[in-house]
Design a protein around this ligand. Structure first.
Ligand SMILES: Nc1ncnc2c1ncn2[C@@H]1O[C@H](COP(=O)(O)OP(=O)(O)O)[C@@H](O)[C@H]1O
Ligand SMILES: [Mg+2]
Length: 409
């Protein structure tokens, strides 16, 4: 009864806000609505009977009833993953929890979003600067960690770089920071405007001409070429970056569908590293959150997540951003909603930590066998799924998978 009264109060305030043109996704909506009951996302209906046409009980996802707010959707192309993610995304912002959508294919579109295009085209005005220092808590996290993130990405993108060359690039990043008036030894300078990667390239160009320490000019030129090939793209070098402060009061969609495939994963990874650093800088969420709003500072939705995990390098590596987000994100208020075709697209960290799983129609017996073990359903049952939103759903509150028909809308 108390729960019902609470819901009615929220409905009334939603109706009042709608009369003022304040809808889910709108900043004021996020600020004004603070429901005290847990987020309960309607997924569709259970389809447990033999009768194909009979839809039985409603089925929902309650992130706070699980060990963490993560959901993984697996299924072949056309099985209904994107539609499911759109449905979940709409419910998340309606609740309202802020949502960040990494849209690799440009098809996660629904009302209430603010979209930002990241591409080399002139409709794209903002960028992501891997050298930005978003952490508010410099007492705990210093400059060095930010640099390590950049060199780790470079190492993965250019595996031929030698240890010497990685050292040169680290020195060059340090020099670019010093040129921008930021000294590692003087923390009060860390809040100055961070340099961009073009500034690092300027340092390398100069060292290539004048020489630097005992390093050969050829080695420095190799570094210059590597940094240019990976981070020379305009999205990494714009003056205006995405406003990370805004993310916590909005539904933000980052459209990456027009960035060249070769660097798409790096743009997404850079952005997610900045977001993680920002939320980590806010410190951990309370041990006993009073509401889901306290529990989830930001939900992150990524369709076709294999672009991020299969980019280059080992998907199991501890420094891969999805592994970082799934293992450490909960503490800092991050929920994850991911989709891809197969379990093989994810590292072990993701598979063992994800609290809720929806497995939809696989492409073939091989895919069915791979996905079946994760959801603990015989692979023949997965093969028999009809597609169009049908799947097996296993969630923290109910660890045995139930057959589910996701409803559209
Ligand atoms: N829950 C659903 N109910 C009915 N039809 C659906 C449902 N989900 C998806 N479909 C149909 O299947 C098509 C493919 O869905 P989509 O979500 O794009 O698949 P995927 O992302 O797995 O490739 C949609 O265009 C839609 O026609
Ligand atoms: Mg899709």
């Amino acid at each position: 009864m108390k729960h019902l009264m609470e819901q009615m109060k929220v409905c009334t305030s939603r109706m009042a806000l709608a009369a003022l043109d304040i809808f889910p996704g709108n900043q004021y909506y996020f600020e004004r609505i603070n429901p005290r009951f847990p987020m309960c996302i309607d997924m569709g209906y259970r389809r447990d009977t033999e009768d194909e046409e009979e839809l039985t009980e409603p089925c929902s996802w309650e992130p706070s009833a699980c060990s963490n707010g993560s959901l993984l959707v697996l299924g072949a192309s056309g099985s209904g993953k994107t539609e499911t993610l759109k449905k979940v995304g709409r419910a998340v912002i309606h609740h309202p929890i802020p949502l960040l959508i990494i849209d690799f294919h440009g098809d996660i579109v629904f009302p209430g979003q603010t979209s930002f295009l990241l591409s080399s085209g002139f409709d794209s005005c903002i960028g992501v600067n891997p050298l930005e220092l978003p952490s508010l808590n410099h007492r705990l996290i210093g400059l060095r960690d930010q640099w390590l993130g950049v060199t780790a990405m470079l190492k993965r993108a250019c595996p031929h770089l030698s240890q010497n060359q990685l050292a040169i690039i680290t020195f060059a990043i340090g020099q670019a920071f010093r040129n921008a008036g930021i000294e590692e030894a003087f923390p009060w300078t860390w809040s100055n405007q961070a340099p961009r990667l073009v500034d690092v390239l300027d340092v390398l160009r100069k060292w290539g001409e004048d020489g630097f320490d005992c390093f050969s000019a050829a080695s420095i030129r190799g570094c210059y070429n590597a940094v240019t090939s990976v981070f020379g793209h305009p999205v990494f070098n714009r003056f205006v970056g995405l406003d990370l402060n805004r993310l916590q009061n909005a539904c933000t969609r980052i459209d990456l569908s027009h960035v060249d495939e070769s660097i798409r994963f790096l743009v997404a990874e850079t952005l997610l590293r900045l977001v993680f650093a920002k939320l980590r800088g806010l410190g951990p969420i309370p041990v006993n959150p009073a509401s889901d709003k306290e529990r989830y500072r930001l939900m992150i939705l990524i369709d076709e997540a294999k672009i991020l995990t299969c980019g280059k390098g080992d998907p199991d590596s501890r420094d891969r951003i999805l592994n970082v987000l799934i293992t450490e994100g909960r503490k800092f208020g991050i929920g994850l909603i991911l989709a891809s075709q197969m379990v093989d697209h994810f590292g072990q960290d993701v598979l063992s930590n994800v609290a809720s799983l929806l497995v939809m129609k696989p492409m073939d017996a091989r895919e069915a066998k791979r996905n079946a073990a994760t959801v603990q359903v015989p692979y023949e049952d997965l093969l028999a799924l009809r597609g169009r939103g049908e799947g097996y759903f296993k969630t923290g509150g109910n660890p045995r998978a139930v057959k589910l028909q996701v409803t559209m809308g």
